[in-house]
Design a protein around this ligand. Structure first.
Ligand code: F6P
Length: 326
């Protein structure tokens, strides 16, 4: 093992259920291996404003079940500048932090990558985002919980959609990825999903109407992934009003509801494994990698691969949804 004695941990970007389980796992595995841990508050911002607290095992007691992040989070513009990162580095030095564990999504890991290269600091990333859009891991921390939140909502919407014979567009998060919409649709029994990955390929609304709406059903639910590429749920509701005025259409935007709640067993186990593996990676002198789990095995994914490397969505899932929605 290298000279690492003290690890800084932070959560950054959008919060995701399971981040606390990851904080707990990193902290306890580090202490178990005689490393010190410092909790950095409000993501990279806390490195600039010096909001850092030494973490003992008790600091992470009773948090595995909590949504959000006890370390708080932020999207920090200052850290995107060389001046901001210099202040961050000086803060780390003052606190004796020699390695960083960053829990967050694409933007947060991009920050870690640049920082690590500039200052030669071992940085380990953990995929924490409900969007599931990081390459090199089967799922990201928070994705499963968000999917289950979507199911609860769609189950309820279906009651009213059926009673009124209505067509509902339900907008879900995902930034530019359709994982929540597509798998949310399969799991909730929705009739279709409109996702950014296929937005240039076909007119997904036309396809949905053509493929069966109203052939065998009086009501329908379509999950729409938020994204400039899809245009969002309101866009499709407007189109239906204009192009198919015979349908009674409504919109529900689930929004930040999807980011909250107690993490599912899947997310707690995932976060615990990833958190423990982050410390193993540091002790093996790994640097600048994201830890993922693929086919139930822990993998180290270089930041360059994990970030901005479009994670493919399986076409098979689209076919499953189409067949099951007749
Ligand atoms: O990346 C997570 C996410 O929830 C996206 O799905 C969404 O587009 C974005 O964050 C919303 O960000 P904010 O909470 O800053 O509005």
């Amino acid at each position: 093992m290298g000279a690492v004695k003290c690890i800084g941990i932070l959560t950054s970007g959008g919060d995701a259920p399971g981040m606390n389980a990851a904080i707990r796992a990193v902290t306890r595995t580090a202490i178990y291996n005689d490393l010190r841990v410092k909790g950095i508050y409000r993501g990279y911002k806390g490195l600039i404003t010096d909001e850092i607290v030494e973490f003992k095992s008790q600091n992470v007691s009773n948090i595995i079940q909590l949504g959000g992040t006890i370390l708080k989070t932020a999207r920090c513009n200052e850290f995107t500048t060389p001046e901001g990162r210099k202040i961050a580095y000086e803060t780390m030095q003052r606190h004796g932090i020699d390695a960083l564990v960053v829990i967050g999504g694409d933007g947060s890991l991009t920050g870690a990558r640049i920082f690590a290269q500039e200052y030669n600091i071992p940085c380990i990333g953990l995929p924490g985002t409900i969007d599931n859009d990081l390459y090199g891991t089967d799922t990201t921390i928070g994705y499963d919980t968000a999917l289950n939140t979507i199911l609860d909502a769609v189950d309820k919407i279906r009651d009213t959609a059926t009673s009124h014979d209505r067509l509902f567009f339900v907008e879900v998060m995902g930034r530019d990825a359709g994982f929540l919409a597509l798998n949310g649709a399969i799991a909730s029994g929705a009739e279709a999903a409109i996702i950014p990955e296929f937005s240039t390929e076909v007119d997904q609304l036309e396809e949905f109407i053509k493929n069966g709406f109203r052939k065998s059903k009086n009501s329908s639910i379509v999950l729409v992934a938020e994204s400039e590429l899809t245009g969002g749920a309101m866009h499709y509701a407007e189109r239906v009003k204009n192009e198919y005025p015979q349908y009674d259409v409504r919109v529900t935007i689930l929004g930040h509801l999807q980011r909250g709640g107690s993490p599912t067993a899947h997310d707690r186990i995932l976060a615990s494994r990833l958190g423990a593996a982050a410390i193993d990676a540091i002790m093996e002198d790994q640097r600048n990698v994201m830890i993922g789990i693929e086919n139930d095995e822990v993998v180290y994914v270089p930041f360059s691969k994990a970030i901005k490397n479009d994670k493919p969505i399986k076409r098979e899932l689209v076919n499953v949804l189409r067949a099951l929605s007749i």
